[in-house]
Design a protein around this ligand. Structure first.
Ligand code: ATP
Ligand code: MG
Length: 568
């Protein structure tokens, strides 16, 4: 491709709406343009990257016995009524009506469609197992579409669904997908971790996320420094270490006036009580009932753990008016003593002795509270976020924490959808049995953004070779000099004939501009042809991920570059 013809409108200015680097760079380097909130048009360079990611995904899906299909984006409401999700999916679903007022959804995911599809044509145990997948646009009306392709309202996903006779079959399918996903993210050239993920309240099901490591990522993960354990923070179990605290004599509770003090930190400052000797009391509405969750003052509550432990459908923080009506105080003065609600306490609370908390009276706190003597929780449950420094639940090692981007998610569904939608097969004894399912997603467009987020420097994108839009760019320093252009064209034809994806920067621009653009769009290898190339038969080769150039002869350069590219 000649750069003069390539449509890659680069921007000199930093796009103001773009908060994270991948969003900025994909706009600046002319990969995409915003069409609406969370809705993007992909320009030629982006399409090439997306196709490469898709090709790797396809190859691994096919290798693992997946078969590609393509299902409709427009999905009839009846199918979602049948699974029960039309009413529970909520505002994230784009809904529309046809001219006869019949309801449809723009597919946010395809369990309903594929379960119906498979059920209609799978009759016998002989028809299973089956793995079907597609790569296509998905639609989710996210509350906060942001970070460009990371959280779009229209995005590209690969979704595979497995159908098996029983749990043992599902295990096999799940393991195949797990390995295929590892192969995919390795081949993409990205640093990633596989983490145990939350699989929702209808428990017991296995789920893993494939997280591309990046500081800006929305996922926080913890991993053990000694064993393989790694988990999304939403899921990571917290264990209580051995109790090394000597028991203290229980002191009498004491109510003290704390005017204006609302936060743990303010209490630390005014009383000198460290946060880990205080309790934090948080109020939630759990399926309509007000409940209290208490944990150590220096810890963060994990709403997903709380929701799973309570087995409720709906959980959200209670508003202050409701809290005040039932507890007699506002936020900041709440505590477990005398509270007429179910209290769920984190296990660490059982270790606190003579701790302080709000008095359920505005501007008062209580000192020397002790569990058992002064309040009795409904249940002790793990409800805090794991954090770096915690003990590994598997081996007792120490957990580290890092951030990343969830790019893939695999999930054992079991018979959740086949039960709801009555999808069965006939077994060897002529009995109907529910089909056992799994689902496996990769965000293709999110993965492109994640790659940029992980692989960039001050000058622009640094694509891993396997997914770079072009592998090589040839830059004649002065396109007006005929000999330089001729030499450049000769190399260009040579590389093209050997199957290298190459750009020739034939634009009438200053060399500095061309170098800047080549770096910005992230082409892995650059060959520069200048006056020296002709006088001394020397060309300059630069790898995008290294600082130094090397000088080679015209004859050497072809083999040298081919070797770099094949090594990828
Ligand atoms: P998240 O927790 O980030 O909202 P999710 O759990 O809703 O993700 P899944 O339903 O498991 O995501 O979808 C499979 C994959 O699709 C995700 O791993 C992610 O890569 C991608 N994905 C999900 N939502 C979006 C989005 N709004 N924009 C881009 N990619 C997305
Ligand atoms: Mg989501």
């Amino acid at each position: 491709m000649k750069a003069s013809q390539l449509f890659f409108p680069t921007l000199r200015e930093l796009p103001s709406e773009a908060e994270i680097i991948s969003h900025q760079l994909l706009l600046r380097a002319g990969y995409m343009r915003k069409t609406g909130a969370g809705i993007y048009s992909y320009l030629p360079l982006a399409v090439r990257v997306l196709k490469k990611i898709e090709a790797i995904v396809r190859e691994e899906m096919d290798k693992a016995d997946g078969q590609e299909i393509l299902m409709p984006i427009i999905q009839p409401r009846e199918l979602w009524e049948k699974s029960g999700r039309w009413s529970v999916y909520g505002d994230e679903m784009f809904r529309l009506l046809d001219r006869h007022n019949r309801g449809f959804a723009l597919g946010p995911t395809h369990e309903e469609i594929i379960t119906t599809l498979v059920d209609a044509d799978v009759q016998s145990y002989r028809d299973l197992p089956l793995m079907l997948y597609q790569i296509q646009n998905k639609y989710r009306d996210e509350i906060r579409p942001r970070f460009g392709l990371m959280r779009g309202r229209e995005f590209i996903m690969k979704d595979l669904y497995s159908f098996d006779l029983d749990d043992a079959g599902l295990d096999v399918a799940y393991k195949k997908m797990y390995s295929a996903y590892r192969a995919i993210f390795t081949r993409l050239g990205l640093d990633f971790r596989v983490v145990e993920a939350d699989s929702g309240a209808i428990g017991g099901n296995e789920s893993h996320e494939f997280v591309v490591l990046a500081e800006s990522g929305e996922s926080v993960i913890v991993y053990c420094d000694q064993c393989d354990y790694a988990a999304n923070i939403e899921k990571a179990e917290c264990i209580l270490p051995e109790n090394s605290e000597p028991p203290q004599p229980l002191r009498e509770m004491e109510k003290i006036s704390t005017p204006g003090i609302r936060t743990i930190q303010e209490l630390v400052e005014s009383l000198g009580h460290p946060a880990h000797e205080q309790a934090k009391t948080l109020m939630y509405m759990a399926d309509g009932e007000l409940i209290a969750a208490i944990l150590r003052g220096d810890r963060e509550l994990n709403e997903i753990k709380l929701k799973n432990a309570l087995q409720v459908n709906e959980l959200f923080m209670a508003d202050e008016t409701t809290v005040r009506e039932q507890c007699g105080a506002g936020f900041g003065s709440l505590g477990p003593v005398g509270l007429n609600l179910k209290i769920y306490a984190d296990p660490e609370i059982t270790r606190l002795q003579n701790f302080s908390a709000g008095a359920n009276q505005d501007d008062y706190h209580i000192l020397n509270i002790n569990l058992g003597r002064d309040f009795v929780p409904e249940k002790i449950i793990d409800i805090r976020n794991a954090q770096a420094g915690d003990f590994c639940p598997h081996c007792g090692g120490t957990l580290q924490s890092t951030r990343g981007i969830e790019a893939g998610h695999i999930f054992k569904l079991g018979t959740k959808y086949s039960d709801a939608m009555d999808a069965t097969y006939r077994d060897q004894n002529g009995q109907d049995q529910p089909i056992v399912m799994g689902c496996y997603g990769i965000g293709i467009s999110r993965t492109m953004a994640a790659a940029v987020e992980q692989k960039n420097d001050n000058d622009g994108i640094v694509w891993p070779l396997p997914i770079a839009p072009y592998q090589l760019i040839i830059v004649p320093v002065n396109s007006k000099k005929e000999e330089q252009m001729q030499a450049a064209e000769r190399l260009y034809r040579e590389f093209a004939s050997r199957g290298v994806e190459v750009i020739l920067d034939d634009r009438d621009e200053r060399a500095g501009v061309k170098f800047k653009d080549a770096d910005l769009i992230g082409i892995p290898v650059r060959i520069t042809i200048g006056p020296k190339s002709l006088q001394e038969n020397q060309v300059e080769v630069k790898k995008r991920w290294e600082k130094e150039n090397i000088l080679l002869t015209m004859e050497q350069v072809v083999d040298y570059v081919l070797e770099i590219l094949n090594r990828a």
